[in-house]
Design a protein around this ligand. Sequence first.
Ligand SMILES: [Fe+2]
Length: 394
Amino acid sequence: MSINVKSSEFPLIMFHATPRAMIGWGAYQMAGIETKAAGIKHALLVTSGLKGTGIVDEIVGVLKYAGVEVTVYDGVTTNPKDYEAHAAHKMYRDAGCDGVVSLGGGSSHDCAKAVRIIEHHNGASILSFEGFNDFAKPITIPQVAITTTCGTGSETTNATVITNTEKRYKMIMFERSINPTQAIIDPALMRLLPPRLTAWTGMDALTHAVEAYTSRMWSYTSMGMAISAVKLIAENLRNAYGNGNNDQAREKMAWAQYSAGHAINSAGAGVVHSMAHALGGYIDLPHGQCNAIILAEAQRYNLVACPELYADIARAMGVDTTGMTAIRAAEKAVEEMEKLRDDLGITEKLSDLGLKAEDVDKLSELIELHDVCKDANPRTVAIQDVKDLFHKCL
Ligand SMILES: [Fe+2]
C-alpha cells in the first residue's frame, strides 16, 4: 500500500534558517561587537562605496574601535558581476581575511556571499554554483550584513544572485549555509538613501511581499510576514520617499523590507523577479526599478489564479472592499500598486531604459533556461506570457 502525499503542489514546506538580526536606531554601532562575536578578526568590507554618505568610513571606524582589522573592497556595482566577486575574493585572500562584512543593499550582500562560496571552494569559479546547492560541508566563514536600503532582504536569505557577464544573465544560487551570520538593519543608515533609491528599493520590497503572499510555495508563516510588509509599505513608502528624514516612515520601511525578505526566503518570488533578473543580467538595469515597472502588469496577469489573495492585498493597501467580488477587489489591489508607483515618480517604461522589442525573445529564452522564480508564481507561466508581459511594459 502506498500513501498518497500529493495533497498540494508543494506538500513539504521548507523553512530556511535565517540569521540573528538586530533592527533599530543605532544598530550599526553594534557592528564591531557583532563582527568580533562572529569570530572575525580581519574583515573584508564588501560594498559599493556608498559615496557621498560617509557610511563606509563610519563603519570602518566602528569595526576598528572593536579591534577588528578591516580591508575594504568597494567595487560592487548594481547586478553584482562574476568578476567583482572574484576581485573581492582576491583581496580577501591577499589580505588574509577571515570573514566578511557586507554593507549596502542586495548587491553588496550577494557579492559577499559569493566571496564566501569561492573561498569555501579554494578559489573555484563562482559560475560553478548556479542553482540549488547542497555543500557537503556547510560554509563556516562568517558574514555580518549591514543593510542601508529599504528593499533588499538579502541580509536574511540563503540565496545570492550574481551576473554571468559572458552569457549576460543573472545566476541564482541557493545553499542553506550562505545566510549571513548576523544581520544589522538600521533606519539611521536608510535616512541617507536618496528619494529615487528609496522608491526603487521600496518597490522591490513590495514585490517581495506580493510575490511571497501569492506564491504557490506559501505557508501560513510566510504569508503573515508578507501581508504585514504590504501594509507597512502602503502606509509608509510615500512618506519615506517624500521626506527622507521622516524617522517613523524610515523605521517602518526597515521592518517591511526585512519581513518581506524573510517571506521570500521560504515562499520564493515570482515572474516579476524572473523578468527583472533577465533585464539586470542582459542590460544591467537596476533591480528595484525593473520590479517597480513590471509589478502591477504582472499581477493583473496573475490575479485570475487567486483573486481572494489579491483581495487581501487590496485591504492591506487600504482599500475598503466591502460589497466587492474577489475579482473586483483583486483589480483594486493592482490599481493601488499602480498608484503607489506613480506617486513615487516612477513613470518610465522599459523602452525608456533601453529595452528594445527585438530583445524580448532573447530575454524570455534566458528566463526559460535559467530562472526558477517563475516556478512559484501563482499563475502557471508560459513563455509566450512572459513575452507578452515584456511587450506590455515596453
Ligand atoms: Fe528583489
